[in-house]
Ligand binder design. Sequence first.
Ligand code: RIB
Length: 310
Amino acid sequence: MNADNTDYELLVVGSANADLVVGVERRPAPGETVLGSDLAVHPGGKGGNQAVAAARLGARTALLARVGDDAHGVLLLDAQRAAGVDTVGVLVGGAPTGVALITVDPSGDNSIVVSPGANARLTPEDIRAAGSLLSAARVVSSQLEIPLDTVAEVVRTLRPGTRFVLNPSPPAPLPAEVLAACDPLVVNEHEARVILGEEAGEAPEEWARGLLALGPRSVVITLGAEGALTADGTDVVRVPSPKVDAVDTTGAGDAFTAALGWRLGLGEDLPTAAAYAVRVGAAAVTRKGAQGSYPTASELADTVPEARSR
Ligand code: RIB
């Protein structure tokens, strides 16, 4: 237990999926069949990925999730424990483990279909029952591969002073009480455009202004190879990314969000935390898969050093 009475620097409340990954020359168009590589099965899910990314960087991390009582569930729990994540909050049973069907093309871009399975059975009651876990966290991070009602219950259950980070992926209209708790709301271009609708505009600065007007305390927009943009109502800051050769972008956004939330909890300001998170995301795209691509802090320092002129 620390000075602020927290056991965990980051608690992730979210999904855990088995990722079934096939490499393809070209992702199929509607109605098209393409042949791909041999199938690879990796631990994934936006929640599981965030938890592993933070733990590998050295954060005291816990995961609140639900997996099935099956072989995929065992795979996912083993991966979390191997990374050092506390899995006391991972519930087992109720439906098969969630599965993500992923195709990755030679540029590293992917398409993903998720069958939520047990993730859809992580209920508001499960959140209420995990009140002590939520109280023990400095930062709580969620995504939308679990029911929105469950995310809303997370927000209601937060201890005053706990920071809430949300990546609304896959994007959906968000209730005002959820938006108001986000500090920050973390979106990519696609998510920003879905949430903002036709009035989104073309520039990330416009998206940030539009999103802030919906109520979150701060906004971070990930911009792929261009880095990220942070906005907190006072400052809008562009955070550049180091140049890397992308092999597979799967899960890079999850690593970014986990690193961002952890560093904010350590007391860094938004642009400084985002600069660290951009390096983590850049490191993650240089290796295949999601969790297997995440760097430790020393690998990060070796492979994507801090930019000198900040
Ligand atoms: O963000 C990447 C993740 O999205 C994959 O690991 C997959 O499980 C899907 O949830």
